[in-house]
Write a protein that binds this ligand. Structure first.
Ligand SMILES: [Fe+2]
Length: 442
């Protein structure tokens, strides 16, 4: 079997490419992170047939670096570059972005001398993984749903588990989860249909006036996970706009009727709500506390800050990344270089990612880009200045409060947290915001 090195930072695309390359092209996939570890591997495995890599990652010319090594060592290894790479246009196959995965598979087959016709008999329908939490708010699905069963090291079988229109209970989904299942699969042609169906079900629920506060928070938390997942994979689309709009409205509703902080935290922790949503919800609540003490406060301000807290960490992939709020914490973390870059740029990246969202007005974009105290959305400011927008200042103090509150290694009493904030945010308008929070907790 031929060997192919695959570099793909997006986890879902990595899965999609690996499965299809293996199934359709019959090549063995070796995953690598960057040019350096690819070159290290090529030194001991020079017989690798193909390398699939993005043209560049985080400003580094990955494809060029690898190509240079291949030339220097006179290797026979072919390359497929994802994205534009002018210097390599006549040397290797370059696929324009956004990359169509089917043409990637076709190109790989051609390079590796595999006839797709031959493998057509083995071809199964294309399946897209769908995390189990997509099933929390529905009782039936509009299409068949499958699970993937491993038959060999690279051989998978998709088995139908839920038939279209079958009724099921949340306990049924929980049983799968208890057995360790994280994803179901839906046939590619039905994925949009399925996502729209789930979106409609959740939006309808969130718009109900009779939801209990607990149910509202649980459903909004679930919607937050779905929006994060779908925006990270496919960007802003009609379904994620609709779902985020309903979720943010629902969050605004629930922070206005929120119980005491201690009670709310207990609820958030005991219901296994993601850290991302715990942070998002607590942050909106703290913003609400501060805003309600300001003479200039209007409802739109809470909507803006809730929108920003919903999307502020949308591009981050792990809890470790989300917990970082200073350059020092970033330096002390054990993240990879790529993960560090994602953290450093996440405010700027979030603005770019949601710029096509119709609710992302100029206030939202301003606060989002300034959400770590920098005007350009890059890095963290320990002691942010007076030049920031008043809403950004509220957001920054609230965010710092929540990050400490949710960090088990940091003080948990409100008094101790406020003291830490007082030491960190020394500019007058920030001190005023901290006093507003103090009043709320008196
Ligand atoms: Fe952030």
């Amino acid at each position: 079997m031929s060997q192919t090195i695959l570099i793909e930072p997006n986890e879902d695309l990595k899965k999609l490419y690996s499965i299809n390359l293996h199934t359709f092209v019959g090549t063995d996939i070796i995953q690598r992170q960057n040019a350096e570890d690819t070159i290290e591997l090529l030194k001991i495995l020079p017989q690798v047939s193909l390398i699939i890599t993005p043209a560049r990652m985080n400003g580094i010319e990955v494809a060029l670096k690898i190509h240079h090594f291949i030339k220097e060592e006179n290797l026979e290894t072919s390359m497929i570059v994802l994205g534009d790479c002018k210097p390599l246009v006549n040397e290797v196959t370059c696929l324009k972005e956004p990359v169509n995965w089917e043409s990637l598979i076709r190109q790989a087959a051609q390079i590796l001398g595999v006839s797709l016709k031959d493998s057509a008999n083995k071809v199964r329908p294309d399946f897209i993984p769908v995390p189990v939490y997509y099933f929390y708010e529905i009782k039936k699905t509009p299409c068949d749903v499958f699970i993937r069963i491993k038959k060999g090291p690279y051989d998978y079988q998709f088995v139908k588990r839920i038939h279209s229109k079958d009724e099921f209970e949340s306990a049924d989904i929980k049983r799968y989860e208890d057995q360790g299942l994280k994803e179901f699969y839906v046939a590619k042609d039905y994925i949009q249909y399925f996502t729209t169906f789930v979106t409609n079900a959740i939006v309808q629920k969130l718009e109900r006036e009779d939801l209990t506060l607990e149910d509202r928070i649980l459903t909004t938390a679930n919607a937050h996970e779905i929006v994060r997942d779908s925006i990270q994979v496919i960007g802003v689309d009609a379904a994620s706009v609709e779902l985020s709009h309903a979720s943010i409205n629902s969050m605004v509703k629930s922070v206005k009727n929120s119980p005491q902080v201690a009670q709310l935290l207990k609820f958030l922790f005991s219901n296994k709500i993601s850290l991302a949503y715990q942070h998002c919800h607590m942050l909106a609540l703290m913003c609400h506390y501060v805003l309600s003490k300001q003479s200039w406060y209007r409802q739109e301000h809470l909507e803006t800050l809730s929108f920003v807290s919903f999307f502020s960490d949308i591009t981050l992939k792990s809890n470790t990344q989300m917990q970082i709020s200073t350059m020092r914490e970033l330096a002390e973390s054990n993240l990879t270089d790529e993960e560090r870059q994602q953290v450093i740029n996440h405010a700027k990246d979030a603005v770019e990612l949601i710029s096509s969202h119709p609710d992302a007005n100029d206030y939202v974009k301003t606060v989002l880009i300034q959400s770590h105290g920098k005007l350009n959305g890059i890095g963290f400011e320990e002691n942010p200045g007076e030049e920031l927008h008043p809403l950004s200042k509220v957001f920054l103090v609230a965010d710092a409060f929540v990050k400490i509150l949710l960090n088990p290694a940091m003080p948990s009493s409100k008094k101790d947290i406020l003291e830490l904030l007082n030491l960190r945010f020394i500019n007058p308008s920030y001190q005023k915001i901290i006093r507003a929070l103090e009043q709320k907790f008196e």
